[in-house]
Write a protein that binds this ligand. Structure first.
Ligand code: HDE
Length: 730
């Protein structure tokens, strides 16, 4: 339980780095201080406005009141047009091995430096106050404050994108956002306009497979991969280029929740991911990712049967392995959400020498959009001066003035070249770290067109589907059936089933069955409205270039890391009379392995254990829910067990945890609580023996025997096979 003092002392984490130090002069703390106006005048009465008599009208003269209300009236800024809902954290990046053969970027060559970072995770479609658990892509934007200026890796948790040309971005976003007449639905793609657009844009098929997979409903921001999506370039000191794709690999593995669970969490705790990130960092369980790169020499550009400039394609890891080059650790929460997380301004164009762009048409468009959007969102051209956006190196140039200018530039000279000011600030030679663009050879006609090498829209969608485990495939079928089931226009559903039949007939048939439709017999080519007015549809007919790799292990979450229970949340269901040994021994083992235990009881306060010791309660059945936990344990104790067995909320808690495929454990004495659940009858007869049931339900005669088996089960994350008999009630 938090005491008032603890709440005041919240910023107990003191991780320091050059960026944090640079924020210090802008950070204030009112503890023990006098109240003043914005202009420094000490305030005597902040409770009453100045008025003509104690029952009279407020006087215009009241500058203190006017200042307070004016500031309040102007407190809001426009939310991000996409990625409005997000959470941020500070951290550091440390390199494992210098990468000098491929890039001259300083922070990728010095293993001694800890580069400060600020990361913002986000959903895409929802508004600022929408639920964290929407089925959606997650943004994964990292600002590296390097010694050579800021490098922003503005990525997502999926490695491909919906569209191949930035020209289509406003259309995509208009289609997915709430419909414009009634602003429904919030933070959801399950509606007509989104699927209408997708059904006539075959290039989005690969991305749609990812969006309908469990990647779109992560268990935690800390358990997601990140991807730069586009192919970038690394440039070394000799000026040689290599193509590079960026990856973030979470050390806790890649894990998801169930869709039914996601929808429940959205009601029980819409801040679930935000809270999870915040609490993990506050408790010292710092989230970690390894930065990975896939490097392709320029000469191998056409080796993989895909176009590296096409952002709807991956390079399978079987073809180009991901080299893990360093580790990012998030070790400090922001002090102020608005000042840091809301005002941070990412831009794909923020690069450092050694990193450059390619002609990916999506990337090229992004190079324009990110600065442009900050001008309206943050109110003018000086957003780079907001403390969170400032680089840790000095900034000197001839840019001047504009709304909210902070820098006081000395001298008369604000132009170059100049003679009056010694021609300062000076340009920097390439050898001394001046940025030069890669001298890519260009010899082309100026055209509006799409390269034929971008027209294979289905092969990698199929690769993704074939690489999934059985439960993952079922989740994809369910997700399509849910989303299209919410679409009212039958023609849109039919077109989508047609598209799916070009990925896999079985997938299309399963979805069609749920929608009460038939799969079209022969579908030569999908409807494609993404062609110019004078375009010949045959020139845009999808091609099929099935790659060498038919199944890629890295694409399935089943193959992820499952070796730890660190920071997993485990609910202990207890009541008065709980067996002290059974509770404490399992709790101690879990906490020692880095897990988090919450004691949940019929009411708040304390329960009295069997040995008369008081046990503080963290949550009651009223405030807790199984969807907020990774696993459940029921300790023994005659009275406690009798109370829980008769407590409908406790039984529901267990039923729901079973439905969502979570690890469940009970002390043998508590078996009668399990007997009250619907799933008990599904368990084998020899259940009371000390055993881990294949399905992740663990029973043992005491805490010591139970803890290791239970922890093994929790580390598995989920027992998806339990879903086989579909439609399990909770
Ligand atoms: Fe973005 N995107 N985007 N995007 N994007 C924005 O910039 C845009 C794309 C991504 O936490 C906006 O500051 C265009 C791909 C993230 O602050 C805006 C196109 C990827 C974030 C914008 C794309 C992303 C944004 C809105 C197609 C993954 C949140 C607010 C050409 C590689 C950053 C803002 C944060 C935000 C434009 C496509 C990632 C409007 C035009 C692909 C993580 O500028």
């Amino acid at each position: 339980m938090m005491k008032e003092k603890d709440i005041l002392d919240k910023s107990s984490v003191t991780a320091e780095n050059d960026k944090i130090k640079s924020l210090a002069p802008h950070t204030t703390d009112a503890t023990g201080k006098m109240m003043t106006t914005d202009h420094g005048l000490a305030i005597n009465d902040d409770q009453n406005s100045l008025r003509a008599g104690d029952r009279g009208a407020t006087l215009l003269e009241d500058f203190i009141f006017r200042e307070k209300l004016t500031h309040f009236d102007h407190e809001r800024i426009p939310e991000r047009v996409v990625h409005a809902r997000g959470s941020g954290a500070h951290g550091v990046f440390k390199l494992y091995e210098p990468l000098e053969s491929v890039t001259k970027a300083g922070f990728l060559n010095d293993t001694e430096i800890e580069t400060p970072v600020f990361v913002r995770f986000s959903t895409v479609a929802g508004s600022k106050g929408s639920t964290d658990l929407a089925r959606d892509v997650r943004g994964f934007a990292v600002k590296f404050y390097t010694q050579e200026g800021n490098f922003d890796l503005v990525g997502n948790n999926m490695p491909v994108f919906f569209i191949q040309d930035a020209m289509k971005f406003p259309d995509l976003v208009h289609a997915v956002k709430p419909e414009p007449d009634n602003e429904i639905p919030q933070a959801a793609s399950a509606h007509d306009t989104f699927w209408d657009f997708i059904s006539v844009m075959p290039e989005s098929t690969h991305m749609i497979m990812w969006l309908m997979s469990d990647r779109a409903i992560p268990r935690s921001y800390r358990m997601m991969e990140g991807f730069g999506v586009h192919t970038f370039r690394f440039i070394n000191v000799k000026g040689e280029a290599h193509f590079v794709k960026f990856h973030w690999k979470p050390l806790l593995g890649v894990h998801a929740v169930a869709w039914d669970e996601a929808q429940n969490i959205s009601g029980k705790d819409p801040d679930f991911h935000r809270r999870d990130l915040w609490e993990a960092i506050e408790s010292g369980a710092f989230p970690e990712w390894e930065l990975g790169v896939q490097i392709v020499p320029e000469k191998d550009e056409f080796k993989f049967g895909i176009d590296l400039l096409d952002p709807t394609k991956i390079i399978p890891e079987e073809q180009v392995p991901v080299q893990r080059i360093g580790k990012m650790t998030l070790n400090r929460n922001p002090d102020n959400f608005f000042a840091e997380t809301e005002q941070v301004a990412f831009h794909v164009g923020n690069v450092v020498p050694g990193i450059d762009f390619t002609n990916d048409p999506l990337l090229q468009g992004r190079l324009f959009s990110y600065t442009d959007t900050q001008l309206i969102r943050l109110g003018g051209p000086n957003f780079h001066e907001i403390p969170i956006n400032r680089p840790i190196v000095a900034v000197h140039n001839n840019q001047r003035d504009g709304f909210m200018r902070q820098t006081i530039n000395r001298g008369k000279v604000s132009y170059g070249p100049n003679a009056l000011g010694n021609n300062d600030p000076k340009q920097v030679k390439e050898a001394d770290g001046g940025f030069t663009s890669y001298e890519e050879r260009i010899d082309a006609k100026k055209v509006r067109s799409r390269s034929k090498s971008f027209l294979d829209h289905f092969s990698q969608a199929r690769l993704f589907f074939y690489s999934q485990s059985e439960p993952e495939k079922n989740h994809i079928i369910d997700a399509f059936s849910f989303e299209l089931g919410k679409v009212k226009t039958v023609a849109v559903r039919e077109r989508m089933v047609g598209i799916l039949s070009l990925v896999d007939k079985g997938l299309a048939a399963a979805v069609a069955f749920q929608l009460g439709l038939k799969v079209p017999e022969v579908l030569e080519k999908p409807v494609n409205r993404s062609i110019p007015a004078d375009g010949n549809p045959d020139d845009y007919k999808p091609i099929q270039v099935d790659g060498e790799v038919k199944k890629s292990l890295a694409l399935s979450m089943e193959n992820t890391v499952k070796d730890s229970i660190k920071s997993r949340k485990i609910a202990f269901l207890v009541a008065d009379g709980v067996d002290a040994e059974s509770l404490l021994s399992v709790k101690e083992s879990i906490v020692a392995a880095g897990g988090v235990v919450h004691i949940i009881a019929p009411k708040q306060g304390m329960v009295v254990a069997s040995d008369d010791t008081p046990v503080p309660v963290d949550e009651s059945f009223l405030t807790a829910a199984s969807v907020l936990y990774d696993a459940v344990y029921v300790p023994g104790g005659t009275n406690s067990v009798a109370t829980l067995e008769a407590e409908a909320n406790a039984v529901h808690f267990l039923n729901e945890a079973f439905k969502h495929c979570k690890a469940i454990a009970a002390d043998e004495q508590a078996l009668q609580v399990l007997e009250a659940t619907y799933f008990f009858k599904k368990l084998p007869e020899d259940f009371s023996e000390e055993s881990v049931l294949a399905e992740g339900v663990v029973v043992a005669e005491d805490g010591a025997a139970l803890a290791p088996l239970f922890m093994q089960a929790i580390a598995q994350h989920r027992f998806w096979n339990r879903e086989k008999p579909r439609l399990i009630p909770a």
